[in-house]
Design a protein around this ligand. Structure first.
Ligand SMILES: [Zn+2]
Length: 299
């Protein structure tokens, strides 16, 4: 229903009083069996001889395929996963956005959470979402849901007794977060050697002066031939929010590339480079906080 507020309020008032109405001048979408109303619709009082019948307020995920695109719905579902929050530029300015996976006994769907709605839900809990909009996913055209800036409310609900379908492979946006961060300082810097064959870190205990044996693949190799690596735990800030991320060699190399400095494993030079980098665009794993992408922040 895409109704102007006045008609919407009118219908709502009549619905709560259970007064019958006669609708005219609407369209019918036969595919989804949905009545489409816009500002041309006429709402007139009428007399009927049947008793009012309660229509169940809640949909289920599987039934959404019959709901018209852009319609506002109420749905009860469990939040099985929430992505990291990111800032996006919208027609109404910069807004915080997160995505979550919803499940109910017959299905799964993604829900885009905006602004303060992000903090109103937590993973593993079941909620009734009122006034969420049925949308289509940007790339796949799959049905999805989105919270609206106004009118949308979230209330905790009882868990489902039935078992829920497992959400399939999670999209990248659920496991990683992209952020523009400012480097505040270094917490730890470390060096280690990794195996020539399997590239796994070689434990310190396996070192002799010249020869080391990989505990993972058993390759005995010369110490000075092993791959030298380093990592740094770095405190960064995004707006007022401070957190710690880990840079491994690959990503430290990218910082040197951005600054156009020669690659090195020298602790002092790496510290200097990370502090000089100031603002970076990073992508990190939500759980481990390990960075897997670094790019310059271009205004
Ligand atoms: Zn190995």
């Amino acid at each position: 229903m895409l109704l102007p507020q006045k008609k919407h309020d009118d219908l709502k008032a009549r619905s709560s009083k259970k007064s019958p109405v006669k609708l005219s001048n609407f369209q019918m979408d036969l595919k989804s069996n949905t009545v489409l109303m816009d500002n041309k619709v006429r709402i007139d009082a009428t007399e009927v001889s049947f008793a009012p019948k309660e229509i169940p307020q809640t949909n289920n995920i599987a039934s959404l395929s019959g709901v018209h695109f852009q319609q506002l719905i109420t749905i009860k579902a469990k939040v099985t996963k929430i992505s990291g929050t990111k800032k996006v530029t919208t027609a109404n300015g910069e807004k915080c956005k997160a995505e979550c996976f919803l499940s109910d006994p017959p299905g799964t769907i993604t829900l885009t959470l905006w602004e303060d709605k992000i903090n109103e839900v937590s993973e593993g809990k079941t909620y009734t979402f009122h006034n969420v909009r049925v949308i289509k996913e940007y790339k796949s055209d799959k049905l999805a849901l989105g919270t609206t800036m106004h009118d949308c409310t979230v209330s905790e609900a009882e868990d489902f007794i039935e078992s829920l379908p497992q959400s399939v492979e999670l999209p990248d946006s659920f496991t990683t977060t992209e952020a523009k961060v400012e480097v505040i300082g270094l917490l730890t810097f470390g060096k280690y050697l990794s195996c020539l064959q399997c590239h796994k870190k070689v434990a310190d205990g396996s070192f002799t002066a010249k020869i080391i044996k990989c505990g993972n693949c058993n390759l005995t190799q010369k110490r000075d031939k092993c791959i030298k690596n380093c990592f740094a735990q770095v405190k960064v800030s995004q707006d007022d929010n401070q957190f710690t991320v880990t840079f491994f060699q690959e990503q430290i190399k990218k910082v040197f590339n951005i600054l156009q400095r020669p690659q090195t494993l020298d602790e002092e030079k790496i510290t200097e480079a990370l502090l000089d980098a100031s603002i970076l665009k990073i992508k990190y794993d939500n759980k481990s906080k390990i960075i897997n992408e670094v790019s310059p922040y271009i205004i």
